[in-house]
Design a protein around this ligand. Structure first.
Ligand SMILES: Cc1cc2nc3c(=O)[nH]c(=O)nc-3n(C[C@H](O)[C@H](O)[C@H](O)COP(=O)(O)OP(=O)(O)OC[C@H]3O[C@@H](n4cnc5c(N)ncnc54)[C@H](O)[C@@H]3O)c2cc1C
Length: 436
């Protein structure tokens, strides 16, 4: 088994870091089980880190940290059932590439493909689309290595409560070794990005999310400009932007120029609103047809801090107006857009979209700019509307206020008590948000 000598571990955003006593890179069920057994004998707690793409300390530990970056192979593809069984350390990007070579695809994805499959499932990572649940809803069974080093297959048939708890587990139940996912036949998406007045987008949001399979918008604070993005399945062949245009749109404008603008705003905060209007003026319409995963995800080179809240979809416009008013009244200088998406209801106990048709509102701050007063202000608005925070993004909630927001909280707690009675997989984050 590969070991990395103790080092500082840091997440992508630079908002969480820790110094694990050991970092181990097991591959295969046996090695994973061995590491857990050895940690138990040494009375150490264990945490698995994915790609470190959570914004909070959910993956952090000062004890034993596992990385499954060597545990990332496709194990089985059933083309008829359109399912795939895959080792859980694979990234969503690599999984999408491999699926494409088998003529398959995931039905929906978030904005990026850097996350590991297990990491994305642990926090109920989602994309957008009123008729699409988060990624965890695509899981058909999970192979878990438990605290006692046993390996169990967890499915709706074998352990219904355990399965639903594991679909969004915050890494609290055991180590995900392999996952079987429902896929669909590979498809292309026609994507249209278009600037619009934010008032018009808000007024037509319900209609747009019903008319488009995947609709979202980004609002640029200090302006009335929004960028809408609508993705719909098409039989048309790929007509991706030529490489020059793709470079200008995705790297130069969305990352390099935007990064320059953010750095200027960080240096001269009062200039942020004027810079935002400038950037808003650069937005233009674009469209293309490409393979689904290439449309859903794009490169993110500018680093930032983020908080995201799931609220009842019917409250979206009110919540949005309150966030806008908060920014205007407080004097916060916000260079990053506010992102609004839609997700279908599900029945996963710790999913933020449990039992309700959901809108997600995400707020961001450029790396190195103080985010806490802004995020706390937004959190107060969202909490007042029954909001549930994204488990992998920054938030300030604790078990005390989270428990009433989740009708099946105690059911999850019962599964946790059964599968990890000694809290082998706990860390400070879990002690805070789930209780010790
Ligand atoms: C640029 C960027 C874009 C993003 N876009 C979106 C988006 O569009 N939609 C969205 O919903 N979220 C998004 N996120 C958030 C991200 O999807 C989640 O935070 C996700 O959990 C990160 O996965 P990871 O592999 O980096 O896991 P980590 O952040 O490293 O870990 C997350 C959790 O997974 C657990 N874990 C990891 N592997 C295992 C395993 N094998 N077994 C058990 N537990 C495990 C960890 O212990 C931890 O609890 C984005 C984040 C970034 C930085």
């Amino acid at each position: 088994m590969k070991t990395t000598s103790a080092a500082v571990w840091q997440n992508w955003a630079g908002t969480a870091r820790c110094r694990p006593s050991r970092i181990l890179r097991p591959s295969g069920d046996e090695e994973i089980a061995e590491t857990i057994g050895a940690a138990a004998r040494a009375e150490k707690r264990v945490r698995v880190a994915g790609s470190g793409h959570s914004f909070n300390d959910i993956a952090c530990t000062d004890e034993v940290l596992l990385s499954l970056d060597r545990h990332d192979r496709i194990l089985e593809v059933d083309r008829e059932a359109r399912t795939v069984t895959v080792q859980a350390g694979i990234t969503l990007g690599r999984l999408s590439e491999q699926l494409a070579s088998h003529g398959l695809a995931l039905s929906n994805l978030g904005d990026v493909g850097y996350q590991t499959l297990a990491g994305a499932l642990a926090t109920a990572t989602h994309g957008t689309g009123a008729r699409f649940g988060n990624l965890s809803t695509q899981v058909r069974s999970i192979r878990l290595v438990l605290a006692n080093s046993s390996v169990v297959e967890c499915s709706p048939g074998s352990d219904p409560d355990g399965f639903r708890a594991a679909q969004a587990s915050l890494g609290a139940l055991g180590v995900f070794s392999a996952v079987t996912l429902q896929c669909e036949q590979a498809f292309n998406l026609h994507t249209v990005e278009e600037p619009a007045r934010v008032e018009d987008v808000l007024a037509s949001f319900e209609q747009r999310i019903e008319e488009n399979e995947h609709f979202e918008f980004f609002w640029f604070p200090h302006t009335n400009r929004a960028l809408t993005k609508a993705n719909n399945r098409t039989d048309r062949p790929p007509s991706p932007k030529n490489r020059g245009r793709a470079y200008v749109d995705e790297i130069l404008l969305a990352n390099r120029v935007f990064g320059l603008f953010c750095r200027a705003g960080r240096r001269w905060p009062p200039a942020t609103p004027r810079l935002a209007r400038l950037v808003g003026g650069l937005l233009s319409r674009s469209e293309e047809v490409d393979r689904s995963d290439r449309v859903f995800t794009s490169p993110r080179l500018v680093r930032f801090a983020e908080m995201e809240y799931a609220i009842p979809r019917a409250s979206m416009a009110d919540a949005f107006h309150e966030v806008r008013t908060l920014i205007q009244r407080s004097g916060f200088r916000v260079s990053f857009p506010v992102e609004v998406r839609a997700v279908a209801a599900d029945d996963i106990p710790l999913s933020p979209s449990f039992g309700r048709v959901t809108a997600y509102i995400a707020v961001h701050m450029f790396q190195g700019v103080e985010y806490e007063p802004y995020f706390r202000g937004v959190e107060a608005i969202m909490q007042g509307m029954g909001g549930r925070p994204h488990w992998g993004k920054l938030h300030f909630r604790t078990a005390e206020t989270l428990r009433p927001a989740y009708p099946e909280w105690d059911r999850f707690a019962a599964v946790r008590g059964r599968l990890d009675p000694e809290r082998r997989f706990a860390n400070d984050y879990l002690d805070r948000v789930l209780g010790p």
